[in-house]
Design a protein around this ligand. Structure first.
Ligand code: ADP
Ligand code: GLC
Length: 472
């Protein structure tokens, strides 16, 4: 099959979160299984762009409303990611340093989608499936089906994967002229709640919809930022497929970011050496359990509850734990987390920013990973943590529910709690600290147990191929 993935992120080209990891891995595994997988994404100004060689694949032009723009599609020369990688350059619009967060994101991603479809109409053949990821590519299923200019592609199946339904790409009807000529009778297929809603439109128009875990698919029917009725109505075409993790990037035995490698057999010593590096660098106490949080400091991740949870845990455990935070996001939360540092010297530290290398060291050196997420469609952090023998301490939701079994259950290896509150988090930290101090044998068994879990992409890749197989 020939599959073309359309996405705003793809690791290592550009990544803001788990979407990048998934789109950097799934096509590689599809290619390894004998299929032709391609990725097309915007050409941002990233290191990857300047460090690799490119050829021009296509030059074209299109309109975004009244604005006429030209675009270029370039292709990475050596296929070094294990699949064909294409970048769309739209001068002044996409060539920025960050992936998201600009006032004109609507224009940027709408123009990107138009350029992608325009380019595909010039191919000599048609792909077997166009696989779109998240709302930045959510107008494609509609445009392919109903825009007159793209009629040639109208019968190409589209699959839409929801990595996060909190963000939907809403745009007012005053921007409807951005979408190239279409029959206005079809406006209901673009709309939700009186605005153009690219995520809802994709759910209505894609041939199949997937979510990145089974529990998240269920949750969307009662908690999806306003789209609950839509998910109930469209449930027949929705499937949950749990993400995998990329073993080439995430393996403590060979991880290129680590100085001290380890396997299941050497997990205790291996983790201790990595913990030592973290404790030296961040002035933490090697003898106390180390809890880490890695992620976007936003409401979805319940990052706003962390400051209270940390204060409460430090109090109830008499400063008997270390906490290290890596992340960036809402300024208020960044500030609150930073200003805690002087209160707990030797026990607490924070790194505000994005740092891939540090994240690997933290998965390797931490004893526990905190994930109190209010919403977690899949969550990759807990799977990376498990692969590195770090006990996940997670809220009982979405993909966290599907991947972590509480240590109180039969053969469980993690800690689960129900509410994103300081009380529940602090109680879970106390459970974890007790395990660390009183039952080293059980802790080591848990580490080895979770390192054996197979969360590889092979299984998920087969499930995606089954979904494609059901199209037509
Ligand atoms: P989401 O995509 O919702 O942010 P995921 O758990 O799916 O959550 O994936 C997050 C990914 O981003 C992981 O690879 C995680 O290690 C990485 N990550 C998040 N924040 C940072 C950060 N500040 N520095 C380095 N890596 C980060
Ligand atoms: C999203 C979700 C996260 C998921 C990731 C990859 O960003 O928030 O839970 O793991 O996409 O699918």
């Amino acid at each position: 099959m020939e599959i073309i993935h359309v996405s705003a992120e793809c690791y290592p080209v550009a990544k803001a979160g788990g979407l990048g990891d998934v789109v950097g891995a799934l096509p590689k595994y599809q290619t390894a299984m004998g299929h032709t997988a391609k990725v097309v994404m915007p050409m941002y100004r990233t290191k990857f762009l300047y460090q690799n060689d490119w050829i021009i694949d296509f030059k074209g032009h299109a309109n975004l409303g009244n604005w006429w723009f030209s675009f270029t599609v370039i292709k990475e020369k050596t296929n070094r990611l294990g699949f064909d990688l294409y970048l769309v350059d739209i001068n002044g619009l996409l060539d920025r340093e960050k992936v998201y967060g600009y006032d004109d994101d609507t224009e940027r991603f709408t123009a990107f989608q138009i350029a992608v479809i325009n380019w595909m109409t010039h191919w000599q053949h048609k792909p077997d499936v166009i696989h779109c990821h998240d709302h930045h590519t959510g107008l494609i299923p509609f445009m392919v089906k109903y825009c007159y200019d793209y009629n040639k592609l109208a019968d190409v199946p589209t699959v839409f994967t929801i990595h996060n339904a909190q963000y939907q790409g809403w745009m007012g009807w005053n921007k409807s002229s951005y979408i190239p000529r279409w029959d206005s009778w079809k406006h209901g297929l673009l709309e939700w709640n009186k605005t153009i809603n690219p995520l809802a439109s994709a759910v209505k128009n894609a041939w199949k919809v997937t979510t990145v875990s089974y529990s998240y698919l269920d949750e969307l029917k009662y908690n999806s930022n306003g789209l609950e009725k839509l998910f109930e109505f469209e449930k027949g075409k929705c499937v949950g497929i749990l993400n995998g993790i990329d073993a080439d990037v995430w393996d403590p035995a060979v991880d290129t970011y680590l100085e001290n490698h380890f396997s299941k057999e050497s997990v205790t010593e291996g983790k201790l050496k990595n913990k030592q590096l973290l404790c030296e660098r961040f002035n933490l106490d090697i003898n106390k359990p180390l809890f880490v949080f890695i992620g976007r400091l936003v409401g979805e991740k319940a990052a706003d509850v962390l400051p209270d949870a940390i204060v409460s845990s430090m109090y109830s455990l008499n400063n008997g734990v270390n906490v290290l935070i890596l992340g960036s996001g809402e300024p208020q939360v960044e500030w609150q987390l930073s200003q805690l540092a002087p209160h707990y010297p030797g026990n607490y530290n924070v790194f505000i920013g994005y740092n891939e290398a540090l994240s690997h060291l933290m998965y390797a050196g931490a004893d526990f990973l905190l994930m109190p997420s209010r919403v977690e469609p899949c969550g990759l952090n807990q799977m990376y943590a498990m692969r590195y023998g770090t006990v996940p301490v997670v809220r009982n939701t979405g993909g966290l529910r599907d991947t972590v079994v509480d240590m109180g259950d039969f053969e469980g290896w993690g800690i689960r709690f129900n509410h994103a509150t300081a009380g529940d988090i602090s109680y879970s930290i106390q459970r974890a600290a007790k395990l660390y101090s009183d039952d080293e044998v059980h802790l080591n068994w848990m580490r080895q147990r979770m390192m054996k879990i197979d969360n590889s992409w092979e299984n998920a890749t087969k499930q995606y191929l089954n979904v494609y197989g059901e199209l037509k």
